[in-house]
Structure formats: C-alpha cells, structure tokens
Design a protein around this ligand. Sequence first.
Ligand code: GCV
Length: 841
Amino acid sequence: MIRRFQIAILSILLLASLGVEPVHAEAGEDAWLRYAPLERVERAQYESLPTSVVVLADSVVLKSAQEEVIRGVKGMLDEALLSRKGVEARSIVLGTLTSLRAAAPGLPPPPDTLGTDGFWLLTGKIRGLDCLIVTSDTDRGVLYGVFALLRKVARGEDIALLNEVQQPSAALRWVDQWDNLNGTIERGYAGASIFFEKESVRGDLTRAGEYARLLASIGVNGCSINNVNADPRIIDDKFLPQLARVADVFRSWGIQLAVSVDLGSPQVLRSLNTFDPLDPRVIAWWRTKVDKIYQQIPDFGGFVVKADSEGRSGPSSYGRTPADAANVIARALKAHGGVLFYRAFVYDHHLDWRNPKNDRARAAYDIFHPLDGKFTDNVVVQIKYGPIDFQAREPVSPLFAGMRNVNQGIEFQITQEYTGQQRHLCFLPTMWKEVLDFDLHVNGDHTPVRDLVVGKVFHRPAGAFVGVANVGMNPNWLGHPLALANLYGFGRLAWNPNLSAATIAQEWARLTFGDDSVVVNTVTAMLLASWHTYENYTGPLGAQTLTDILGSHYGPGIESSERNGWGQWHRADNQGIGMDRTAATGTGFVAQYPPAIRDLYESVQTTPDELLLFFHHVPYTYRLHSGKTVIQYIYDSHYEGADQAAEFVRQWQSIKHRLSDHLYTDVLTRIDYQAGHAIVWRDAICNWFLRTSGIPDEKHRVGNHPERIEAEAMQLKGYAVVEVTPWENASGGKGIACAKNSTCTASFHSDRPAGTYDIDVQYFDQNNGESKFRVFVNDLKVDEWVANDHLPATKPGGDSSTRRRVSALALRPEDEIRIEGTPSGDERAPLDYVELHASTK
Ligand code: GCV
C-alpha cells in the first residue's frame, strides 16, 4: 500500500516537473458538481473574475448559494473568494431583486420577468463598482442562478459580459423516490434508501442533504421521498418529527419535502371504519392531519397519491371518483399552499385477455377525461409519458390533450426499470425529448407535449415535471456512472424542455468528466446512441419492452406479457404480431387522440414504423415503410442492437488512458456485461420469433451459431442437462447444472485451426449462491472467477445469463478446453455455452 502511494506521488511529481498535468476523468458522488480544475488556458479567461462574494440578506438558501460559489470557484479556478458583508469592487453579489434594489437603486429592471424560480445574471455596476450579480425574485432563484453561473465556468463559457434571464418552464419540478420505510427501494438499483432504514428515517441524513444539493443544481424544487405504494405509517403523528428532519436538510437547497400517502390511511391509522373520501369524518381526518404536518414542516410541499391501481386502495371502493378523493385532500393542503399529485396510473390489472376489445392503454383517458374540470386548482394529475408503463417505446399518452381544465404533470422514469436497470447504458433524455416534442395537434394547432404539460396551451396555473429517480446509497447515486446523465437530463429538461438531447449529453459529460474533448465527445456519442440501441435489442416496432413483466422486468420474457390480466399484450402468434387499437376494428384507443393524431395512427399506412405494432396487428410478412418485412426487421434490429452494444465497449476502450483507472474499469465492466446481455436478448427474441413464425432469417444468422459449443453437447462429469424456461432464454433451450456438491467439469476439444482465440463462457449468475469457475486449456489454468454478481434471478434464465471472456488464447486443433464449476448454495455453477472467436487483440 505504502509503495503504491509512493509511486503515485512520484508520478505526480514527475508530471509536474515536466509541466504536464495528469488529466484523468473521474465520476462519483459529486456527480456533475465536481468542479474539476480547468486547464490553465481556459482558466486564464477568468482572471478578472470577482474576488469576493457578498450576500444581501440572511437565509439558509442564500447561504448555500454563497458557499456553492466559493466551492465552485475554488475547485475550478483555485481562487479563494472572500466572503464580504458589503459590496466592494469586483464582487459577486447574491440577493433577491428587492434587496438588490435597496443596495443599488439605479439598477435597470431585468429584461424579462423572472417568475418564482427564474434568475438574472448580470455584469453591472453597483454604486460605481463593477459586480457580477445573481438575482431573482426568490432566494431559491438566486441559488439556481449560482448553479447556472458555475456551469458556465465549468464549460469554459465567457462570463465577462452577462445579461441573461432564465425561467423554468414548469413551476413544479419534482422527483419521486419509491423508498420503503425498511430501507429498500421499489425499482431501485443503487443500494439502500438514503432516507429510511429499519422502519424509521435514517439517523444520518448526510446523503439526503447531498442529494438535495444535486437536485437544486438542476432546478428540481420538490422531492417525494417514499414509495407511491405508500405505507400509511409515513404520516402517523409519531412519524412527523422524523419527516421534519428530512425537511430540514432539504430546506437549505430549496427542495420542498413531499410524501406519498395511502388513501386508506384514515382507516388504517385511526379507528375510523371508513376511508370514503366524502365521509365528513374522513374529510376532517385529512384536514387535521395536514394541519399537524404543517405545524412541524411549514414549507411542506404536498402529497402524491396512487390509488385504485395495482392493488392499492382507492375511491372506487365507495363508488367515488379520483376527483372526489383528490379534492378532499387537496383542499386540506390548499390552506397551507401545498399541492396534491394524483397519479393517472389507474388501471385494472385483472383484464380479460381473451376479449380483443380490452385495452389497458385506454384506462387513464377513460377514467380521467370525464373528470376534466372537476379537480381543485392545487391538484396536478400526474400522467406517465405513455399509456402503458415506462416502456422503451410507447406513443405519448392521449390524456395530455384530453384534460383542458386540470393541471397536468408528466411522469418520467429516471430509474431504469424497463430500460436495463442501470446495468445497461440507456440515455433516456433522447426518448423524453421525442415525447416532449411530439405535437398532439390540439384544436389543429401546434401543441407539443412540452407546452401541454406546463399549462401553456390550456392556460393552467400550474404544470409539472416528475421524475421517478430512486437514487440509493451507492456512492454514485444510480449505480452506473453513466446513468447519472439521466438524472441530470431530467432536471435540465424540466427547466428547459427546448434543450436538445445532444446539448444535455454534452453538458453532462463536460461537467462530470472535465474538459478533455475526446472524452466528452466519446461519452456524448455513446449516450446518444444508447436508447435506440437498447430499444433495438429488447423490443421491436412499438411492441414494448419484451421483458419478463411478471417478474424482474429485466431480461427477455416474451410470453410473460400474454394470457394474463396485466394488459401489456403484444398478441404475437404464429401469423403475426401487434395490438389492434384502431377505432375501426380494434380497441378504439386511437380515438382518444385529437383528430390529426387519431387519423395518423388509425391507418396502418401512416403509422410510423417504430409504433406499428402498438397500434396494429399485422402479419410477419407485412412490409414496413423501409420495404423490410416485419419479421426481417425483428431479426435485423436485434442484431444491429447487439452489434452497437459491442461498439460501446470499443468506444470506451478507446479513451482508456484519459480516464481514472477506477472509472474506466467500473464502466467497462458494465458495458462489457451489457454487450453480452444484448446477445442474450437478441438470441431469445430472434429464436422465439423464428420458431413462432417459421420464417427464416434472410441473412441466415438466427439459429446458426457455428462458433458456439453448447454446454449440453460437451463431455460432462457431474454436470446434468437442465431445461431452461422459457426455452428461448438459453441457447438450445438447455443448460447444464452441477448435480454434485463438489466440482463438476464440462469439456470439449477445439476443432478450429491453430490460432489465437477469445473464449466466451456463457454462464448463469444467480443471486442465491456464488459458484466458482475455472477454465483450463489442456492442463493449464487460463482463468478463474466467482459468479458473485447480484443479478435479479434465482434460476438459470434470461436474467441471470452472463458471460466471461478469456482473451487471446493460443489454441491448437484438438486442444482440450475444460470448465470446472463448483456450486454454492442453490446456484449449481450453471453453464449455457462456449464460443470461440478469432481473437481481436
Ligand atoms: C411503484 C410499475 C412498477 C411498479 C410501480 C408502478 C407505479 O408497475 O413495476 O413497481 O409501483 O409502476 O408506477 O406505480
């Protein structure tokens, strides 16, 4: 250890003596707020930057703003700003417009209105002294201005002459966390909750405070901290002091605390024998409860409600509507300035799949459209971007156009439930942008979703962006270092939905990894390609993510969508695939859209290829606009997707020497795994459709793997052949599992010409054991590892299938390749196949 430390110091000294600064991109818990030192050349342009920082009033938020400027300037420019009480020459001045006017009566008005959270960055004179002013109508706006200023410096922008106003597009920019009181997180992929442990709020809320800072830096102003499948205890009187502690750490970053509540709470928490929202005792219960919350948390943000959905209690139990329920609670909140987010994710998950007219996609509109105009004005109807459930591709929800007299909010999912669970790179702002830019043509006008959800089109008092984030205790918040771009992108789009995905990707890469343009450009390119890549290997033409919807929502599970009441049907059979949602012959879902969009999707000819199977059932031989048949598209897109995933590995390897070792290895391990899992997806889907349709791949790839040796075809000692279900999730439908409690072996002899080969060992890494594997060529051990990943699986299948690559091995014909597997617990060292590829090294 000491020796390593000495070597590190020596290399730094050596580089310094050569005048070379070590440039190694890093990521980690500081995320995009690393304030990494700027290169000397770039730093030079900030030489005349103020040397002191003045705050015009006292408040916890302004104090955060001041400390942030000092921290940022120190980190990036190595200058220690002095904190002063009064304005002096070359000051950065932070304060609200009111306090600024008092300090500088002659200051002109801002060029535009600022609104609640908007800010004005200005270089100007205060009492004849040159200053850089960050001002707003509110303290929180000043904080946002400071983050914007620091972002400019981090990106090397000129700040010598500033006169810029920015306002957020939506008043409410919230993240939801689905944290449970026991510290787990529903659909969380980055460790335990930063808020709760052992049925209580954590004693140490340091991470919650750091999270609030991250959120503030992207303009998020509210956070609901518990699962929408809410535990009623969250608002038990005994719990409120604990919530108040979270509100305290949020406050200095301008984040309002909110919680999700269960509509059954009045019955569960007190001995009311009803939770009927219109029962006077229930109305009084909510009023008293809300009053108590505000006594302890005066700036409490409000509640989120999931009701009548996936087994949650709801107003339907009493024949009441969502509006009845929402309004009762909203009125109680309104007295204190709070808001109620009522989720439109209400549907019957016991739909009769035999009835071709049934359609889960219809549910939100069918239930909420008739309630238009019936919600109080502090209710926001929170609508998932698509009519199903955060799939990799869905059309936008027609409800955005269908509620004119209600505040709406759009719900995105930052946590990658259906998009690779932070094990796969999938940059979601690219998809969100398509959603936000989609023109619903309300009244035949140009009405993109981004204008509808912020209340612009229907002149609503409020609009909202909500992102389900689910960060956890993992040091870099979301697990995959590159997944943080999704959290960043959510905040930036909520602030300004006109930003392009490319701008966001580049901005994030620059802030996170520093100013090495090769790193920034490579990462940006990877991010921008990643959503389409993921879509390509997981689900074609709008058929949704073909994952295991009954279990993990992770690996392939094509038939799990069918023949059950959940309604995520794609209706694939041996003739064709897709849901007929037309008005003429299908479920009628398309009729929920405004006429121009209804007509677009009603006709199979005008429906865009990428959504074809969402709206129409077509034969596999149906020709797309590209001229390809549907079946050939399915094969090709899955091969393209898997090839592109492999390309990510090459792209990342190309910038190895520009990255810290830790970052390089961390991301490489993940994208290498992704490239392997993309092949599992590709093969499962292609093989399933080949068997189901009976139509071969024109390019002869599907089902043909000359480089593959199936484990079940090897010589086995102790291993037994096992059937994998569903069959398409293992090559040949089978794998092998060690039937003994000691080591088993599977071996074969190479039939390849002499040469250098990479050996890919495809095995299953379950989370109920840590099997050991060793690979031998003849008697030489060439690799060994422990299968100790925590994939979401307890059996061999598409969730657990993973690979190990042993690179650059010299092989001669007839060499024996032997794999030894030692089981552990219920994981029986299972193997699927081995592939031999001519080495690329
Ligand atoms: C919190 C999906 C998820 C659920 C989630 C639900 C929701 O169905 O799988 O885990 O519940 O959406 O958004 O309420």
